[in-house]
Design a protein. Structure first.
Length: 643
């Protein structure tokens, strides 16, 4: 048997007397911390580390492939949340008046197909290439305000119609892409700006559950997935005696936006029913959130948020550049990786008790190998930490602190099961079972500076960092793998961790590769640097996100929204205009030069076309948005919905 230890520093413990899920301190903070692993006391089984699929569209296949490799192989994700495009799938009109018969002509599959091709299938293939099982759950949103729009009356008033809506999506992805969802959530953040009360959700589960079973799907319900733990607990307590509903529930989940006092109650309730728990969304999660959820929430599933996108901050695991050439990790993703990369699905959390409040611990066992994760407070004094309860053998050691990790070499644990490691504050240190054979080096970062060129600029600097589990000396070799026809780019040197590139004088994509060797193994990674002939136009994004999305008379106004991404970070001027409106309507744009822009005068049912123009001082682009205004009562049951 082997045991893996992860030591994590964190700023989360300021003012905490003891850490959640850990025994009270037995010594002063100045005492050298000791962690004792007790594998005989078992808690939850880890089932998946995940995120929301996509987050960025129209990535070139080159960069999308690199993103998925980083997410799966480097960070360690194996689970996806897939959001059906509620605002276009079967919306707002019903397919027909019979919830047992699906009229496929009423369903719009384009966005689903795009998500499946670009993210879901490649991600699934990457996970399975590791020899692991891919986990996916479906979680639609129905916000009354912006984003998706509210659920239509025909869906809310007839649970069987909702069940048909869900079954259409589930059966479509299975038949078209051979993807069978593990879980289905009735409504993402039920009760948060939507009408999905506990009673409504329960009725929908009881309508959908039998159909899942009849169709032979393995899909179970993920419930209630409310905005925070306390809201989820409210939904649980209001349905706890509904045995008919609970027979279809397969996981109990919550988000982190707000009060979390009831997190342990959710854990204990779910465990009593033999169900796993999960934390499935929070923008800005940090390593201490993961620890709290593992201990107080007993989670088997845990997620940050969107996989990748150009926004940065805490919303994505990976931040991409508008040039689509390269990317960087959200700083906390390096810390998440220290847990996710080594604690794989099937691992069981076991006791790990600390004697010092400056370091907390969680531990996991899988196949006789134990992974222990230690989290230190900001006041932790850099220095030795002793870990007890390990099995004799060889261990690798690895450290991260919100930036690329460093392998620290191979260590030996003797018969006493004790290992001492040096733990810096605000860092994550992982002790993991060493396979006994030389492992390849890991390229932790490759980048170009600048990340793109606009002529007449013609050069950039490539650099890479790498680390080796055994601490072997590393060699770096660069090559040009692809460049535009007629281009004659040149490397200043090939054998170096960093090299300059010149003569990139032809517009197009330049692809470079770095090979890192440790004398026994080699690792190759690519990056792309685009060269543009002139300043690039801004990209218009998020234009569909008006508020409200669904406009039904007598409502006669909405709020148009749109945003831009500009590669050169130029200041972008926005301007809304009316392209088309029904006869008799008198549309007024209250703030045509801003986003959001309030629109009034949508007093006649029909199609309204608005145009958002973006000007960065060099280029002017525009995108049109069609807004449909529906007549009063057009969605009331039982009328035929498909026009």
């Amino acid at each position: 048997m082997f045991r893996t230890i992860i030591l994590v520093s964190c700023e989360a413990f300021i003012g905490l007397g003891i850490c959640a899920g850990q025994a009270p301190a037995q010594s002063s903070p100045a005492t050298q911390p000791t962690i004792t692993v007790n594998a005989s006391v078992k808690h939850q089984t880890i089932l998946g580390w995940g995120g929301t699929a996509g987050g960025g569209r129209n990535f070139p296949e080159f960069i999308r492939k690199q993103l998925i490799e980083a997410l799966v192989d480097d960070i360690g994700l194996n689970r996806l949340r897939w959001e059906p495009p509620a605002h276009v799938w079967e919306y707002p009109f019903n397919d027909n008046n019979d919830p047992t018969v699906i009229n496929w002509n009423a369903f719009k599959t384009e966005e689903t197909d795009l998500s499946a091709r670009e993210w879901i299938l490649p991600f699934k293939q990457q996970v399975e290439a590791r020899g692991e099982s891919f986990n996916v759950y479906i979680s639609p949103s129905f916000y009354i305000g912006g984003s998706t729009g509210a659920a239509p009356d025909w869906m809310m008033e007839k649970p069987q119609e909702y069940a048909e809506w869900a079954m259409a999506f589930l059966t479509y992805i299975k038949k078209t892409y051979q993807i069978e969802a593990d879980y289905y959530c009735i409504c993402n953040e039920a009760g948060n700006h939507n009408a999905f009360s506990p009673k409504v959700v329960s009725a929908m589960i009881k309508a959908l559950g039998p159909r899942l079973k009849a169709e032979g799907l393995k899909t179970k319900i993920e419930f209630p997935e409310c905005v925070n733990a306390d809201k989820s607990w409210d939904y649980i307590t209001q349905t706890k005696d509904d045995s008919e509903m609970w027979q279809y529930v397969g996981a109990v989940t919550y988000h982190l936006y707000g009060s979390l006092k009831k997190r342990p109650d959710i854990r204990d309730f779910a465990f009593a029913k033999g169900l796993p728990t999960g934390q499935t969304e929070f923008m800005g999660t940090k390593i201490h959130h993961l620890f709290d959820d593992l201990t107080e929430g007993g989670v088997s599933f845990w997620e940050h948020y969107v996989l990748a996108g150009p926004w940065g901050g805490g919303g994505t695991y990976i931040t991409t550049y508008p040039s689509n050439g390269t990317f960087t990790l959200y700083p906390e993703s390096w810390n998440f990786r220290q847990v996710m990369r080594y604690v794989r699905p099937g691992a069981v959390r076991v006791d790990a008790i600390g004697d010092n409040p400056s370091v907390r611990a969680v531990a996991f066992v899988k196949d006789g190998r134990t992974t222990v994760v230690l989290l230190s407070a900001k006041n932790h004094l850099p220095g030795p930490v002793t870990v007890k309860g390990l099995t004799a053998g060889s261990y690798g050691t690895c450290s991260a602190s919100g930036k690329p990790y460093r392998e620290l070499g191979i260590r030996q644990v003797g018969p006493d099961g004790t290992l001492q490691v040096n733990l810096d504050k605000n860092s994550t240190l992982t002790i993991y079972p060493y396979a006994g054979t030389n492992l390849p080096p890991a390229v932790t970062q490759r980048q170009a500076d600048p990340v793109f060129l606009t002529l007449p600029a013609f050069g950039t600097t490539l650099s890479a960092t790498a680390t080796d589990p055994e601490g072997d000396s590393l060699s770096y070799t660069w090559e040009i793998r692809r460049q535009p026809a007629g281009a004659k780019a040149a490397l200043a040197t090939q054998i170096a961790a960093s090299t300059k590139v010149s003569e990139m004088t032809t517009p197009g994509e330049y692809v470079f590769a770095v090979t890192v060797g440790d004398g026994k193994n080699k690792t190759v990674r690519e990056l792309m640097v685009p060269v543009f002939e002139k300043n690039q136009p801004p990209q218009i994004v998020g234009i569909h996100n008006r508020k409200p999305v669904l406009i039904i008379l007598p409502c006669a106004e909405t709020e148009l929204r749109g945003a831009t991404l500009d590669l050169e970070k130029d200041e972008v001027a926005l301007k809304w205009s009316v392209v088309k409106q029904p006869e008799g309507a008198q549309v007024k744009l209250e703030t045509p030069d801003a986003s959001p822009c309030k629109v009034t005068g949508l007093s006649v049912a029909g199609d309204y076309v608005f145009r958002l123009q973006a000007d960065d001082g060099h280029n002017t682009v525009s995108k049109d948005l069609t807004v449909i205004v529906y007549p009063k009562d057009c969605f009331k049951w039982p009328g035929i919905r498909n026009p």
